[in-house]
Write a protein that binds this ligand. Structure first.
Ligand code: TMP
Length: 243
């Protein structure tokens, strides 16, 4: 397994999350190095494990999907892939919000609305969650942004619009490659006042189902102890490596 190049060079760790580590980029505070770990958590960290090679798959999958989006007019923090597990990004001022877009009912939406997983939604559903491990990422809306001073309402509106544009592009891409894009989570930040896509787009943060068998090809295999986890990540890696 390749070591973190950032760590080998003694670069300063800025933040360690559940699936990624952020390092400073020497000589340029405007950039960051993201290192993708094999660690997997679910249910706000209550379930923990390792998915072999996940870091390599997720780094490559994210890099490819950021490129696909860029080719379709959506800008992100992504600059370049640096190593098997690391990418170089711009350092954004992050919105403390997770944007979830759903095309098919699954997970918490199916539970909340009392419908079967797999019910197709006639229109995409967009949800906002306040990023807080302590509070378990509570669901919020735009009025919370203003009332709790979580950011600029116009930036959140803009991010929501971008999240829906991304839906068209990703849905079409995965459809052409035999997968149904059920739902996904995005994060955004600003750079010189511009709202840009950030974080990652990986099977950790998306639900993808085989179009024919409806088999799960994402982190639900870990969350629900379904086995075949590494194979699922490899399938998404193989598809996106053609971008
Ligand atoms: P949910 O159905 O559990 O609310 O998840 C919706 C989508 O968001 C799913 O694709 C998984 C993703 N997600 C994350 O990326 N991080 C999280 O912490 C959670 C709860 C979901």
């Amino acid at each position: 397994m390749k070591k973190s190049v950032a760590e080998e060079r003694g670069l300063k760790k800025i933040y360690e999350g559940k699936a990624k580590i952020l390092y400073e980029y020497p000589g340029d505070e405007g950039k960051l190095i993201t290192y993708f770990k094999d660690d997997a958590t679910a249910f706000n960290g209550q379930k923990r494990g390792i998915i072999m090679n996940k870091g390599e798959y997720n780094n490559a999958i994210s890099a490819s999907l950021f490129k696909l989006l860029k080719n379709n007019g959506i800008e992100s923090h992504f600059i370049d892939k640096l190593s098997d597990r690391e990418m170089l990004t711009n350092h954004l001022k992050m919105l403390p919000v997770e944007f979830v877009v759903r095309n098919t009912a699954a997970g918490s939406l199916a539970k909340k609305m009392g419908v079967e997983e797999g019910v197709k939604l006639p229109y995409p559903v967009v949800e906002l969650y306040f990023k807080s491990d302590e509070l378990g990422d509570p669901m919020i809306n735009e009025t919370y942004i203003r009332a709790f001073d979580l950011g600029e309402v116009k930036d959140v509106e803009e991010a929501k619009n971008i999240a829906l544009k991304i839906n068209e592009i990703l849905r079409d891409f995965f459809d052409k490659n035999g997968l149904l894009l059920v739902d996904y989570k995005l994060e955004f930040g600003t750079l010189s006042g511009k709202v840009l896509l950030a974080d990652e787009i990986t099977p950790d943060t998306m639900r993808l189902w085989d179009k024919v068998t409806l088999e799960k090809v994402d982190k639900d295999r870990f969350r629900r102890d379904l086995g075949g986890i590494e194979e699922a990540y490899k399938r998404v890696y193989d598809i996106t490596s053609k971008i």
